[in-house]
Write a protein that binds this ligand. Structure first.
Ligand code: FES
Ligand code: FES
Length: 211
């Protein structure tokens, strides 16, 4: 028969032994989780149409649309400026709507139709907006220009479709093309060279032709 002191020791020993074995059981799963986080990326298949061509990619699920275009499809016309949704250099058209390609994952666009600056026009057959930017010198270094042009094309479509902006005075009326509307709608596209007045002239010319 054990005395009470011996029983207490036995219970304490048992608890220490149980905790140790629980820790040993848990240890591999923590290690596995850490290895998973730092190890091989999770790949996913994505298929979308880019500039009229169906493309199939196996991508790390964390790949942005911008990196998929630039690094995997080598369409480097779309530029990486801030990579944080603040400059508009990465603007592309997805199903006709403009989007910051740095802020969206490529796998979210399975089945979508993406248009980049390379898909708008070719050197010998420029899109009217590209031609207007050239005519009005709507750029200096040109880094922001692909995003500016994609945005400008979408802006004219938005106005035609009656989408109001923050400066539209009547939200139920079809917005008019004014410089205030244009500047507001293009405000997400930053030009560090300050070519804004020429950009406005270029877009205004195309808007006038399409009106
Ligand atoms: Fe996407 Fe600047 S690179 S907004
Ligand atoms: Fe240089 Fe716009 S032309 S940033």
């Amino acid at each position: 028969m054990h005395n009470p002191g011996e029983l207490a020791m036995t219970r304490r020993d048992l608890m220490i032994g149980t905790a140790a074995s629980a820790a040993m059981t848990a240890a591999p799963s923590v290690a596995e989780a850490q290895a998973g986080a730092a190890g091989a990326p999770t790949l996913s298949k994505v298929s979308f149409t880019v500039n009229g061509q169906v493309r199939h990619l196996d991508l790390d699920t964390r790949t942005t649309l911008l990196d998929a275009l630039r690094e995997h499809l080598h369409l480097t016309g779309t530029k990486k400026g801030c990579d944080h949704g603040q400059c508009g250099a990465c603007t592309v058209l997805v199903d006709g709507r403009r989007i910051n390609a740095c802020l969206t994952l490529a796998i979210m666009h399975d089945g979508d139709s993406v248009t980049t600056i390379e898909g708008l026009g070719m050197p010998d057959s420029l899109h009217p907006m590209q031609a207007a930017f050239v005519k009005h010198d709507g750029y200096q270094c040109g880094y922001c220009t692909p995003g500016q042009i994609c945005s400008a094309v979408a802006v004219l479509d938005e106005i035609k479709a009656g989408v109001p902006s923050h400066v539209s005075t009547d939200l139920t009326a079809r917005p008019q093309f004014t410089e205030a509307e244009l500047r507001e709608r293009m405000s997400g596209n930053i030009c560090r060279c300050g070519a804004y007045s020429n950009i406005v002239e270029a877009i205004t010319e195309v808007a006038g032709r399409e009106a």
